[in-house]
Ligand binder design. Structure first.
Ligand code: GSH
Length: 217
């Protein structure tokens, strides 16, 4: 087995990065410094023409898109139990995972990179401000899910994809002026997830601070 994960510290690649560590399989983590434009080099673009992380390289296969990567890993590492195996329990996890990927994640992209959505700099400020409000609402939806979950983790009996994505979103909120502790159930979940030895290795490798919120002076 030869697995390589291209990740950027604190980016959405934290999700497959955590799952690979939780699975306990050997893999090569390759850091991509987005702020230095390492995702836009000819070499990187030859591998992923969309110039984004994460990228999973599994032998000769180059796989992009978090959903595809996680489903691939789940199929490839069945003993790891990355997702519930069968039934509506599996369907529900995938339902929430896809919503996180196609709704919550792009909402934050409007906050963090409004220039992707308009080249008018005045409009960028408006896009960003509007998206922060939407993003706060979406964190509220996640908070409600975490508060009413009947399992130890959002993913189910085992920690997994939804917990990793929830941590990432809550952490990103801090950069948008959203205090993570105002979502106490998600905050507790994120702290518990980050404290798992496998995930702590990822936090250490990515040099992540969980709470990046700074109150306005
Ligand atoms: N739809 C993609 C989104 C990936 C994505 O947004 N990656 C961000 C980091 S969180 C990135 O590489 N941003 C750099 C850029 O787009 O220029 C996926 O699910 O993998």
């Amino acid at each position: 087995m030869s697995l390589k994960l291209y990740y950027a510290p604190g980016a959405c690649s934290f999700v497959p990065h955590s799952l690979l560590e939780l699975a306990g399989v050997p893999f090569e983590p390759v850091m991509v410094k987005l702020h230095k434009g390492e995702h836009q080099t000819p070499e990187y673009l030859a591998m992923n023409p969309r110039g984004q992380v994460p990228v999973l390289v599994d032998g000769a296969d180059v796989i992009t898109q978090i959903v595809a990567i996680v489903l691939h890993l789940d199929q490839r590492l069945p003993e790891a139990g990355l997702l519930p195996k069968t039934g509506v329990e599996r369907t529900r996890v995938i339902e929430t995972f896809v919503w996180m990927n196609n709704t919550v994640h792009p909402t934050f992209t409007h906050v963090f990179m409004p220039q992707k959505f308009t080249d008018n700099t005045d409009a960028q400020a408006a896009v960003k401000a509007f998206a922060v409000g939407k993003y706060r609402e979406l964190l509220g939806e996640i908070e409600a899910m975490v508060a009413k979950k009947a399992t130890p983790w959002l993913t189910g009996a085992n920690p997994g994809v939804l917990d990793a994505y929830a941590l990432t979103f809550l952490r990103w909120g801090g950069f948008a002026g959203i205090d993570p502790t105002t979502f106490p159930h998600t905050w507790a979940l994120a702290q518990a997830f980050a404290a798992l030895p496998a995930v702590a290795r990822v936090v250490e490798r990515e040099k992540l601070q969980l709470n990046v919120y700074r109150p306005a002076a």
